[in-house]
Design a binder for this molecule. Structure first.
Ligand code: HEM
Length: 437
């Protein structure tokens, strides 16, 4: 039985502060040095954070022994007012009931009908572009993915202004939730209240949410219709805020990760012209005018680009769990309630698990199925894996193919400063120029 590795740190506040100052860089460093085990980051107070770097142990936590762990209440003073008890954050029986109720909205049979909507919204966006336009790509894609997710999952057409408000609010939320020295080494009773921008962002999201609920026509097979029926059938099984929490969850979980995937894919393609040329060749060969659902099967390289983007720049950079009781994890003993971090960021990029991990090489997925690689889990794993995973892949492929059919999108900076919040977000605008293809 081993004690978790403990990299050197400050004698008073431990090594958690080093992590908190530059989380992604710190994870890169310990990911290379300790890829075979668990690293303990100790803070001045509390149990610190246990970083699980062995992919086999990550699978144990998420899949094999998932019943022994739960999602921790991460910064509850910030997260509860945001998504409450939505599907991402709920637990126990409430989560199980929600997941069973909402699952049909994500069935493949339903996704099949989404293809044209995704392509039409994308073309409506590019209809506003002229050759040589420059803009913030992340913001533009954020508006697009909010509008798509509202139509597909919530059954309403949001205005561009409302969609932009959701995207902007998400940036303020990200700033409020970013890992920071204060957030990591201070005890909960010393946490500062959320900044005013964070509270304002939640109010704006609540306004949009109220409009979504008011605009929604019942009786469909979208998330809101399914929930409304389940609540009518068994009102006591769902709390009063169920609709509000679930709309907030779908708007945020459903749009931002996909906007990030596309922003990072277009950035990586701009920095790797050979991959970009291969993608253009595939889209030119497969797509006639605008892509259709039937084209998806032939867009192999497009899909490899998405998988490789999610490896190199995973929008969800780490998952968090805590053991319900003292557990043995591999050769390690962990106390009940120990905060565990399972970092995609470090594991997806460790030379112990990948050949040439720093290279953006979509072709590495030509013969390899993502589900068969334990060191790859951009959508999580086990019962709490992403409910929108298949939708996200289909949506990203169709949007990329629609853009590549008519446009060259070039990100004009050669790196993107990023912060580690719940997702990994760019901290500045992502400048891009578009030219007709
Ligand atoms: C590329 C895009 C996406 C990525 C990388 C992603 C990633 C993830 C990850 C890693 C988890 C697991 C969290 C954990 O175990 O702690 C998750 C859960 C979840 N995702 Fe996604 N996601 C994406 C797209 C979507 C979309 C389009 C939706 C649509 C609504 C969505 C909704 C959710 C929800 C509701 C959960 C919680 C599921 C549960 O606990 O039952 N995600 N996602």
């Amino acid at each position: 039985m081993h004690a978790p590795h403990s990299p050197p740190g400050d004698p008073v506040v431990g090594n958690a502060l080093r992590f908190a100052r530059a989380p992604l860089d710190y994870l890169d460093a310990i990911g290379d040095a300790y890829a075979d085990g668990i690293v303990h980051l100790s803070g001045a107070v509390g149990p610190g954070i246990y970083v699980v770097l062995d992919p086999g142990l990550v699978q144990r936590v998420l899949v094999d022994d998932h019943g022994r762990y739960r999602k921790p209440g991460f910064r509850p003073e910030l997260v509860d007012p945001l998504v409450g008890e939505g599907l991402l954050t709920s637990g126990g029986d409430h989560w199980r009931r929600q997941r069973t109720t909402l699952q049909p909205a994500f069935f493949t049979s339903r996704l099949r009908g989404f293809g044209d909507t995704i392509v039409d919204f994308t073309r409506a966006t590019t209809a506003g572009w002229t050759d040589g336009d420059e803009f913030d790509l992340y913001r533009e894609l954020g508006v697009l993915t909010v509008r798509i997710i509202s139509r597909l999952l919530l059954g309403v057409d949001l205005s561009r202004a409302d969609a932009a408000a959701v995207g902007d609010a998400m940036l303020d939320v990200g700033e409020g939730l970013a890992v920071s020295p204060g957030g990591v080494v201070r005890p909960p009773w010393l946490q500062t209240p959320p900044p005013r921008e964070y509270q304002q962002a939640i109010r704006e999201l609540e306004d949009v949410t109220a409009r979504v609920v008011a605009m929604h026509e019942p009786g469909g097979d979208d998330v809101l219709s399914l929930l409304e029926r389940a609540i009518a059938d068994d009102p006591d099984a769902f709390p009063a805020d169920e609709l509000r929490d679930q709309v907030m969850t779908m708007l945020l979980a459903g749009h931002e990760t996909t906007a990030l995937t596309l922003t990072y894919a277009l950035s990586l393609l701009s920095w790797n012209p050979a991959a970009r040329a291969t993608l253009h060749d595939e889209v030119d060969a497969v797509v006639d005018g605008a892509p259709r659902w039937e084209d998806l099967a032939a867009l192999d390289y497009t899909e490899q680009v998405i998988h490789e983007t999610l490896r190199v720049l995973p929008p969800v950079w780490a998952l968090f769990r805590e053991p319900l009781a003292d557990v043995r994890l591999g050769d390690y003993r962990l106390p009940a309630g120990a905060p565990l971090m399972l970092p995609q960021w470090a594991i997806h990029r460790s030379p112990r698990h990948w050949d040439a991990p720093d290279e953006f090489d979509p072709g590495r997925w030509a013969e390899t199925k993502p589900a068969e690689v334990p060191a790859y889990f951009p959508f999580g794993a086990g019962p709490r894996a992403c409910i929108g995973r298949q939708l996200a892949i289909v949506e990203s492929k169709l949007i990329l193919a629609t853009l590549f059919a008519d446009w060259d999108v070039e990100v004009t900076v050669d790196d993107l400063p990023r912060r580690a919040a719940i997702t990994m977000q760019p901290t500045e605008a992502v400048p891009a120029v578009v030219r007709r293809h």
